[in-house]
Design a protein around this ligand. Structure first.
Ligand SMILES: Nc1ncnc2c1ncn2[C@@H]1O[C@H](COP(=O)(O)OP(=O)(O)OP(=O)(O)O)[C@@H](O)[C@H]1O
Ligand SMILES: [Mg+2]
Length: 279
């Protein structure tokens, strides 16, 4: 067999393996945005916590597929955790929140150094994380992605069996409409259904209970022009600017009713599941 044919055969086998490995997971949501820094990773981490609270504890995985800026472990307070390995197998880090984590961040000694990967290597690394991770018995997988709609996201979509749908994260600035449109048309090209838009940094709640919208009202335009409902409006809140720990965990407060961060994410999580079951 020529080197080329052998390479193609190996690639096809790896793809089949990654599809097989993810085919048993019932719900698979990919989180993306057309733009960096809008809160994809914070939203992914919080959706994980919300799903855990809603009964998926121990059955959720998060695949941090942003290999340039992997941040989920940091946001959940597991930045220095180590992945156990056995030959080619990788075991995800099990967090106390009942969320299993896999991230390139676990393989970096110096978390501050930027990773410089060339295109095909990036896809290969993501694919290897998918094929080698032993998730165990999982009901739901959340996939955090790098900014934009580039090759890596296309690669992820190819290597995961039947993605349930996408969550697009945006902020209510004027440019957001354009950015959401781009993300939505990208989803059409890769055949992944849009399951919900989450407007992050939507408002600030003042001490007197009133609301200020420093980024504007872009979300309303998104709903009008795209005919898509926003499934959650997440406030700007210090709970979301620091890693989760025992003193900063909106899901562990005694009275969840007073906690609009946790409530908003739990509502979004419920809607994502309902959208799938057609309720
Ligand atoms: N609603 C919020 N309230 C307060 N801080 C927030 C909120 N959303 C995000 N942040 C903060 O903004 C920063 C960027 O968020 P995050 O890393 O989730 O964005 P991202 O879209 O994943 O970025 P990148 O495109 O680089 O992956 C983080 O420091 C995060 O803690
Ligand atoms: Mg991110």
């Amino acid at each position: 067999m020529s080197i080329n044919a052998e390479f193609l055969k190996k690639e096809a086998e790896m793809k089949a393996l990654s599809i097989r490995k993810t085919s048993m997971i019932r719900y698979k949501f990919i989180v993306l945005s057309g733009k960096g820094g809008v809160g994809k990773s914070i939203v992914t981490a919080n959706l994980g916590l919300a799903f855990s609270k809603l009964g998926f504890k121990g059955k959720i995985g998060i695949l941090d597929a942003d290999i340039h800026g992997p941040s989920i472990p940091r946001y959940l307070g597991y930045e220095n955790a180590e992945v156990l390995t056995d030959g080619e197998k990788l075991y995800p880090v099990e967090t106390k929140y009942g969320i299993k984590l896999m991230s390139a961040s676990f393989f970096l000694k110096d978390k501050e150094l930027p990773i410089i990967w060339r295109g095909p290597l990036k896809i290969k690394l993501i694919r290897d994380m998918i094929t080698s991770t032993e998730w165990g018995n999982l009901d739901l997988l959340l996939i955090d992605t790098p900014p934009g709609t580039g090759d890596e996201i296309q690669g992820i979509v190819e290597y995961i069996s039947k993605i349930t749908g996408a969550v697009v994260v945006t902020i209510p600035s004027d440019v957001s409409l354009h950015v959401v449109k781009r993300a939505v048309s990208f989803l059409k090209t890769v055949n992944v259904p849009l399951k919900g838009i989450i407007e992050n940094m939507s408002f600030v709640r003042c001490n007197d209970g009133s609301v200020k919208r420093p980024f504007g009202e872009g979300g309303a335009k998104v709903e009008k022009e795209l005919g898509e409902k926003i499934i959650a409006r997440i406030p700007m809140n210090p709970l979301l600017s620091n890693p989760i720990d025992d003193t900063n965990n909106p899901y562990e407060y005694d009275n969840l009713n007073n906690n609009e961060v946790a409530i908003s994410f739990m509502e979004a999580a419920k809607k994502l599941i309902e959208s799938q079951s057609g309720v």
